[in-house]
Design a protein around this ligand. Structure first.
Ligand code: B12
Ligand code: SF4
Length: 543
């Protein structure tokens, strides 16, 4: 029995998502046949083919006359600007060696995706600040009904894509199961579209959906309509669940009661199993990056960057805006991590890697850096990290020497009052100390900021921004990405709003999938001001 594991559009475009290599590696080690397809990447390359670009250019010329003065006009104008600026390089996505820099690559992605969306009912947008893709569709991805309707949407930019580029391979693979791996809400409607097409064209293939989107947004699913297109939804880790689904494929639905974390519909009712015990990371085989190729992900030759993680879950797990992790924290030893990295390097010849952990322990990262130095292998890498008293100048120098050039850190707010409400566990004093050590150690820092946490005033936010600007003037590394606060019902603020001064939370009743609140009443700057400030600060930071 075999599995076709697919990562549907639309997710970050410039690197593979880790679930495919992790699950593919594990299931193959158990003797299963697995084919992995990054359909997100494939869609971008499809949008970048000369035929699609020419088609887009024709539409652009038509819209330039018909859209004048309409709300579409700025989009059309921006697309023309990009097309003119890129010139013949607009056709370079398939030949990354012709792309001069990451800035040009991003302009190219924006241009190509803008062209493929012109005149369509839905639209995909390249977001420069986050290096990610946004998806605008008439229906909400947090509504099961609207997402199901979107699976049948006419004139979608996905029209023809799955039919021509995924279904034939899926059929040819002979897979019995289709696994859809969803990290982000932007993937949900495209995933359902693919599921619908598989239902219509490849009867006999059973369809299972999993990944962080399923775990966070489908765990409280009420109605069973999604099961018109899906056979099951897996919450939590997929290793054991997929292994058992493959082993028991011949039993069909009779096997469902023994599959950990599975939701399915039986006689009109939703049934669910508790999640399984996750396998320790140190016991898992190496991720299998067979789908990885630097060219596919638009890196110059010899410049591929692997996404990796050194831990699972969060050892802090307390921030009050965060939806948290239900799994126990797990991280293998620095020796294990280093030897795994060296094996992966042998196999994939990547030149760098990025550690995308939700929350890595300082001692593990520093221990790994020491191991890597001892190995004598020189690589460039980046890591996500937390502000920490352990991040001294000496440790920054250790990371630098081991090849780390940038840390991504959640600063969230540069204000002690708000940091306390967020239970972030850090203070302005620690932030300043860490930023100073990072700068003296020659390490770049990218800081994630949240604006509009309940009770935060505009003055407090502006004061925080002023401090960051001052740091930048003094030469401290402090590039920031600003996001407005989102209130999720399953975060501590969502569960106990009154504790944070929130007197009323408004959820959209159409959105049944654990959606972020649309509005709330609380002292402080309010939702619209938070959005405006995020935009203003973002522009000023990159000006
Ligand atoms: C790395 C990462 C990123 C990277 C992505 C890099 C890339 N190549 O895609 C970057 C930094 C770009 C990023 C950006 C964002 N991220 Co992010 N990110 C993560 C992070 C920390 C790790 C993801 C990862 O690699 N996991 C490792 C893999 C192996 O784990 P996994 O996907 O969970 O897979 C396991 C199971 O889910 C399951 N499984 C997976 N697929 C399938 C399929 C089937 C069929 C089955 C049965 C099981 C199964 O089995 C797997 C192995 O056990 C997660 C948090 C986390 N720890 O998961 C957040 C997370 C995915 N991100 C999140 C968010 C919100 C964002 C942003 C929107 C943040 C922002 N405000 O800008 C952006 C937007 C991105 C976009 N839409 O384009 C949320 C998504 C929540 C949701 N869907 O509702 C998460 C879960 C964090 C959180 N707790 O809130 N992110
Ligand atoms: S925001 Fe980061 S550090 Fe805080 S609980 Fe969530 S994952 Fe952990």
């Amino acid at each position: 029995m075999s599995l076709y594991l697919c990562y549907p559009p639309f997710g970050p475009p410039t690197s593979p998502y880790l679930s495919l290599p992790v699950l593919g590696g594990y299931l193959r080690s158990q003797g299963h046949e697995v084919r992995c397809e990054d359909a997100n990447n494939r869609f971008i390359r499809f949008a970048g083919t000369p035929e699609k670009i020419r088609e887009g250019l024709e539409k652009l010329a038509l819209l330039e006359t018909s859209a004048e003065g309409s709300p579409l006009s700025p989009w059309v104008g921006r697309t023309r600007e990009l097309v003119e600026a890129l010139g013949p390089r607009l056709f370079s996505l398939g030949s990354p060696e012709k792309i001069a820099s990451p800035v040009e690559r991003n302009a190219l992605l924006e241009g190509v995706l803008s062209l493929v969306s012109l005149g369509r009912a839905d639209r995909v947008v390249f977001q420069h600040a986050a290096n990610s893709l946004g998806y605008l569709s008439p229906g909400s991805s947090y509504s099961s009904r609207e997402s199901l309707e979107a699976a049948y949407m006419e004139n979608s930019l996905l029209e023809g894509f799955f039919e021509e580029h995924v279904l034939p391979e899926l059929q040819e693979s002979g897979a019995d199961l289709l696994g859809l791996s969803l990290a982000f809400a932007e993937q949900f409607q495209p995933a359902l579209r693919l599921a619908r097409l598989v239902r219509e064209n490849l009867q006999g293939v059973r369809i299972f959906l999993g990944g962080p989107f399923a775990t966070y947004h489908l765990r409280t699913l009420q109605g069973g309509a999604l099961f018109d297109l899906l056979d099951g939804i897996v919450l939590g880790e997929g290793e054991e669940s997929l292994d058992l689904l493959l082993r028991s494929a011949e039993e069909g639905p009779k096997a469902y009661p023994k599959i950990p974390g599975l939701l399915w519909r039986e006689e009109g009712k939703i049934c669910s199993n508790p999640p399984g015990k996750p396998k320790s990371m140190g016991s898992l085989p190496d991720p299998d990056f067979e789908i990885f190729s630097e060219k596919k992900y638009f890196f110059p030759p010899g410049g591929g960057i692997l996404p990796l993680r050194f831990s699972r879950g969060c050892w802090w797990n307390r921030c009050t805006f965060c939806r948290g992790y239900s799994l126990p924290y797990d991280t293998p030893s620095p020796e294990f991590l280093c030897s795994q990295l060296l094996r992966l390097r042998e196999r994939t010849h990547f030149s760098g890697f990025v550690l995308a952990d939700a929350c890595i322990l300082p001692e593990v990262l520093f221990g790994f850096a020491e191991e890597l130095l001892r190995s004598g292998v020189r690589l460039l890498w980046n890591a996500h990290f937390r502000f920490s008293p352990a991040l001294t100048l000496e440790k920054v120098l250790l990371l630098r020497e081991a090849g780390c050039t940038r840390l991504f850190l959640g600063l969230e707010s540069y204000n002690d009052r708000i940091l306390t409400l967020m239970e972030k566990g850090i203070t302005e004093e620690l932030i300043r100390k860490n930023l100073t050590a990072l700068t003296w150690g020659g390490m770049d820092a990218l800081l994630y900021m949240i604006l509009g946490f309940p009770s935060e005033t505009e003055e407090e936010a502006r004061e925080g921004f002023r401090k960051l600007e001052e740091h930048r003037k003094e030469g401290l590394s402090a590039t920031c990405q600003f996001n407005p606060f989102m209130l999720f019902p399953d975060s501590p603020v969502g569960r106990h709003p009154a504790k944070y001064g929130v007197t009323r939370v408004i959820y959209n009743p159409r959105q049944d999938l654990c959606a972020p609140a649309e509005a709330w009443d609380a002292p402080g700057m309010g939702i619209q001001k938070a959005r405006d400030l995020a935009e203003e600060f973002g522009k000023r930071m990159y000006a």
